[in-house]
Design a protein around this ligand. Sequence first.
Ligand code: XMP
Length: 510
Amino acid sequence: KILILDFGSQYTQLIARRIRELNVYSEIVPFNKVPHLDDSYKGVILSGSPFSVTDENALKIDLEPIIGKKPVLGVCYGAQYIAQYYGGQVQRSEKREYGKAKLHRIFQQDGLLQDVPIDSQVWMSHGDTIMSIPEQFELLAGTESVNVAAFKSKDGAYAAPVYCIQFHPEVTHSLDGATLLRNFVVNIAGCHGEWTPKSFAEHSVAELKEKIGSEKVLMALSGGVDSTVAATLLDRAIGDNLICFFVDNGLLRKGEYQQVLDSYEHLGLNVHGIDAKNHFYEELKGVTNPEAKRKIIGRLFIEVFEAEAAKYPGVKWLGQGTIYPDVIESVSVHGPSVTIKSHHNVGGLPDKMGLKIVEPLRMLFKDEVRRVGKELEIPVNILQRHPFPGPGLGIRILGEVNAEKVKLLQDADAIYIDNLRKFGLYDQVWQAGTILLPIQSVGVMGDERTYEQAVALRAVNSVDGMTAEWSHLPYEFLAKVSSEIINNVKGINRVVYDISTKPPATIEWE
Ligand code: XMP
């Protein structure tokens, strides 16, 4: 595997992904938490950073335990840091060099630049410039604007080679970035590309078997990608010692409870469906504040889970679908900070019940989870499912929630989502849903005046839900959905389309 030391660049995760695309496992750790470099590590990459190496508070580490021990690649800040550390000169430049550049002088077709064309386009994003490289290094390439774009340690200078590049090979605008990374990871570091979804699944099942033995694991499933893939891996490892719950909180989509249970049955998972609808409706009565609704839904979920879990004394483990982006310790401009958020759907339960946590996917990115899911033959309707919030329709019914409103929204939403599929649009939007508005408006149906509710349709494109653009769905599609909802869902006489971007709006309305 390859170790990536994170100095806080926004691109660090991309480096990890690019390497994993070569079927080589890579791991990100904060720059100041270098693990013992045992044989499993074949190479080390030092990432970029929002800092300047000339800053007083620049992020610094001792390179002695790394350089010469494993092949090293310094990227941007990593390159500047290595240059300065060994006596080269790095200067703060007047203006930041940002954007595309061409490697126009390659001094050596060295291993790192093998198959990289002389005039390869690279992506630059740096404020410091390397003016001179240390004595024990030699120049590999420059660009029009900087003399030093790539350099390496002279043969024999260290027990393992050190490569440094000023540009960002992990960004797709560096057209030969993938080739360069392959050169480093495969040719120089000697990794073999054995890390595939299949090998991950096999290793993971073997590891889980070993770790859990004959103990029992409890897990709450949501019908989404992560929890389903995690549960399937656990199922392959420990079979019926995995006990899963799927709770109907009365806030799921139309028909979803049964569909999800059927899919789980088909996958051979040991899942207990728990119908807690009325319990949720009861407690939500009269509550209109969005945060209050969220809290109640969260608390009830834990209570329901706890009550079920009590039926299985002696259970030692709690399974969770946590994925890599949730656990990477991030280094930010404010210095290293630990922002670990875990999918604590079941809150303080692990502590309270003395459960140990097992998270089979904690090292995978979302797209990798999907690839593993495909390998495990999990149906596409689960793998490609849009994200759906834990509080479900509870935060899409503005104001008080009750069974009648849920039914109304479920019916309208089913028409929307079915048509997205029919029009081939479902996979083109990141998330879509219908919101029941707490207003009535006047309409006319036949000769009759109506005074009924309105729904808003929401569809967004996003990468991670942090920012989002409203999807430009075709007018014919919107027209079809609108008339189908108004003609078929009694109680709704108006449909609007939400054209707000996040920020400043959010994806959900509550
Ligand atoms: P917002 O509305 O904050 O949503 O733009 C961003 C993403 O998060 C989902 N979301 C939630 N998920 N519990 C969840 O599990 C919640 O309380 C919650 N609120 C919003 C939302 O569906 C979108 O994907």
